[in-house]
Every structure is written in structure tokens, then in C-alpha cells.
Design a protein around this ligand. Structure first.
Ligand code: PGA
Ligand code: ZN
Length: 410
């Protein structure tokens, strides 16, 4: 069987916010094709790998990705010609050598990741196995769950909405092994929450944010938790769910203070608020509760009562994860392929996390595409959860639907 890469093609496409992104097609062997559409964040961590943008204000507000495409066509494609597509570690090593910078700023993490994941998908086609099975051939990661929980972001604030709400994501996590039941609970509570918001605040408060959740223009950071929990209670589903928060605290941190809800709070006050929230609501996890450099503050909340998740803190980076493990900052980590830029490094981070008993939450970005690879990634390695927004927009739903499909095949 020939397994050599024959062709790599790059295209500029648009993401769910109408912003350019990169789509890569890798062809290997006889005619095995893998396509990956790269996502893009808005509340990005300072230490993420670099997303290369053209910066030409005359074209798409400088957000074009033609330079990244050029890097794929002129540098990456010739260097990987005839390379064994099933050798993921070899491909990713070659990509890192070609780039040669610590944050992938020469070729762009968007260009590199596109080729990395499209290669894995082409390899699965070549082997005639589902993507998650090919991933299991690549590495052993100690699993956490047979089927990941769904982290559904039903109320959007922060940088994902045009509202007064400072906390970024209010997530519903159905407590069931069944993806079908989890989705059913998710949409029921979403519709009931929408009814409650409309009744109390009016219909414009049910407009959607970037990840398909409601974006009500309210400043009280506890009110969305109230709405979701009341919706669950109204449907008799309160014992079937837990709630999670992605505070994304860096986005409202300035000059040593957290500025939200018309107030300026210090770390102590924010910590007290989190303790209050945990006492009042059935909280499963809290993501990025403090700004992205504050490993010690994370550790203060990480007392075993709620899963404390690092996202901007750790940016899927093994070195930052190592620091977070040493400082006991987290008990969960967000896994985002484009924060680090290759599949192999992403798997390495997942492996390291699980070896330290840290839960992996495989996540989409706020700027998404039709790609469903993260569902295979979450399932392949028995991740704790799959986080893909609200079940209301196609670019979010394709990931949940792919998980449903995978589970149906077992
Ligand atoms: P982002 O948001 O994709 O805009 O970074 C997602 C998150 O913070 O989890
Ligand atoms: Zn986050």
C-alpha cells in the first residue's frame, strides 16, 4: 500500500463570524483525501501559537490568510511530498522544523495545524477506519469517560456577545452517558430558558451570541445561572444537570482589578463570589476564573469542590500545563488544537494531563467551521467532555451530531 502524501492544497474560506480562515486538503496514497477547516478564537490566550493574518487593511480588514496559504503551497507542500501520511509524529516534527520558532510565527499555527489534522484525516481514509480509530492507533491516553459529557454554552457574554454580561459562558452539562439524552435535555432547557428570558426581559434579550447561546444584556453575573437552573427546575430536570462557567477573566482584568457588573473587584472578592456561586448552584466546573498568569489564584479555588479548568492559563501547551500541575492550579484543562498548532503536541498535552489525573475538555473556538474533528478527538481518548457551544447553530451542532454518530456505531 502506498502511503505517501501526493498533494497538499490550501484555500481561504470564511468562519462562523464571517472572518477568513484556512481550509487544507491533503491527498495521500492512491486517492485518500483529508480536509480540515481551521477554527479561530476571540478571547485568545496571550501564550497561544500565532495565527498568521495578512494585516493588509485594504483586504478583509487585515484578517486575510493569504500569507498562510502561500506558506502551505510554497514551503510545507514541497517538504512533505511523498512523506508517509500515517506517520503523524514525523509529519508534525517536520512541520516544527520548517517553522523553527517557539510560537509558530514563521509559517503560522493556522497553516501548520491545517496540514497536521488534514493529514490525520487522510490517513484514516487510507486505512479505511473512522478518524477516532486512527487516533487511537497514534497514542494511548488514559481515558476518563467512555462517552464525553457535553458542555453546552447556553448563555453567552464577554467577548462573544455585545452585552453588559462580563462572564463569557454559562454552560449546561447533562449528567448522562447518553449523547442523545444529553442533547434532548440541552435543547429542552435552552428553549425553556429562552421563554423565561423573553418573559422577564423581552424578545431582544434572546438574540444569539457567537456560540449560539442567548446573549441577554444583563450585568448581574449570577442571573444567567438563575435562569438556567430555574429552566431545569420548571422541566423537572434539576437532578439531571450540572452547571459550568467559563469566566474568561482576563477579558475584564485591567490594572490589577477585575472590572465587571459596574464594580472593580480584587482577587479576594472574586474568590468569595465563586464560593457563593458554588454554594447556591450545582456547579461542576469553573474555567479561567482568574486572569491568565495567576497560577496561584487558580490554586486557591482548586480545593476539590469544583473542577477548576485552565484555558487561557494553559493554552494546550505542555510547558504551561507542567507549571499548572506543579502549582496545583487546575483539575481540568481545555484542549484546543489551534492553541498549540499540531495534533502530536495536542495529544502530548492530553497525555500529560491524564497522567496527572486532570480532566480534558476538548473544545471548539468561538469562530468555527463545519469541521467535526474534535468529536473524534474527544471520543478517541475518552475525554471528560466535549465543549461545542449551544445546540442551535450548525457549526456547533455538527460536532455533537458527529459524537452521536460515533456512539451509534459502537
Ligand atoms: P474563544 O473562546 O474561542 O473565543 O477563545 C472559547 C473559550 O474561551 O473557551
Ligand atoms: Zn475558555
Amino acid at each position: 500500500m502506498t502511503t505517501g502524501i501526493r498533494k497538499i492544497e490550501a484555500k481561504e474560506i470564511l468562519d462562523s463570524r464571517g472572518v477568513p480562515t484556512i481550509s487544507i486538503e491533503v491527498t495521500a496514497g492512491e486517492n485518500s483525501k483529508g480536509i480540515f477547516d481551521v477554527p479561530s478564537g476571540a478571547s485568545t490566550g496571550a501564550h497561544e501559537a500565532l495565527e498568521l493574518r495578512d494585516g493588509d487593511p485594504a483586504r478583509l480588514n487585515g484578517r486575510g490568510v493569504l500569507k498562510a496559504l502561500q506558506n502551505v503551497n510554497e514551503i510545507i507542500a514541497p517538504a512533505l511530498l511523498n512523506f508517509d501520511v500515517t506517520d503523524q509524529a514525523g509529519i508534525d516534527k517536520r512541520l516544527l522544523e520548517l517553522d523553527g520558532t517557539p510560537n509558530k510565527s514563521k509559517l503560522g499555527a493556522n497553516a501548520i495545524l491545517g496540514v497536521s489534522v488534514a493529514s490525520a484525516k487522510a490517513a484514516a481514509v487510507l486505512k479505511n477506519v473512522p478518524v477516532y480509530m486512527h487516533l487511537r492507533d497514534l497514542a494511548d491516553v488514559s481515558p476518563s469517560r467512555k462517552v464525553p459529557y457535553l458542555f453546552m454554552n447556553l448563555i453567552n457574554g464577554g467577548l462573544h456577545a455585545h452585552s453588559k454580561l462580563a462572564f463569557q459562558e454559562y454552560l449546561l452539562v447533562p449528567q448522562t452517558e447518553s449523547v442523545e439524552e444529553a442533547l434532548r435535555i440541552g435543547v429542552q432547557i435552552m428553549h425553556e430558558a429562552g421563554r423565561l428570558i423573553k418573559e422577564k426581559y423581552g424578545p431582544t434579550f434572546t438574540n444569539f451570541g457567537d456560540e449560539g447561546g442567548f446573549a441577554p444584556d444583563i450585568a448581574d453575573v449570577k442571573e444567567p445561572l438563575n435562569i438556567l437552573f430555574t429552566a431545569a427546575k420548571n422541566l423537572g430536570l434539576q437532578d439531571k444537570i450540572k452547571l459550568s462557567l467559563d469566566v474568561a477573566a482576563t477579558s475584564f482584568f485591567k490594572d490589577g482589578k477585575y472590572n465587571f457588573g459596574g464594580r472593580s473587584s480584587n482577587t479576594e472578592e472574586l474568590l468569595n463570589l465563586y464560593h457563593e456561586i458554588c454554594a447556591q448552584f450545582p456547579m461542576l466546573s469553573m474555567e479561567d476564573p482568574f486572569m491568565e498568569e495567576s497560577f496561584e489564584d487558580f490554586a486557591r479555588l482548586n480545593d476539590g469542590k469544583v473542577i477548576v479548568i485552565g484555558d487561557d492559563l494553559t493554552v494546550t501547551n505542555p510547558a504551561l500545563l507542567k507549571k499548572a500541575i506543579e502549582m496545583k492550579s487546575i483539575s481540568g484543562i481545555i484542549i484546543k488544537l489551534n492553541q498549540i498548532g499540531t495534533l502530536t503536541e495536542t495529544i502530548e498535552t492530553m497525555k500529560m494531563a491524564r497522567a496527572a489525573n486532570i480532566e480534558c475538555v476538548v473544545s471548539h473556538r468561538s469562530g468555527e467551521t463545519k469541521d467535526d474533528f474534535i468529536a473524534d478527538l474527544a471520543f478517541a481518548y475518552g475525554a471528560f467532555a466535549l465543549k461545542s457551544g449551544a445546540p442551535s447553530k450548525t457549526e456547533r451542532l455538527v460536532k455533537y451530531n458527529r459524537l452521536l454518530e460515533i456512539v451509534g456505531q459502537q
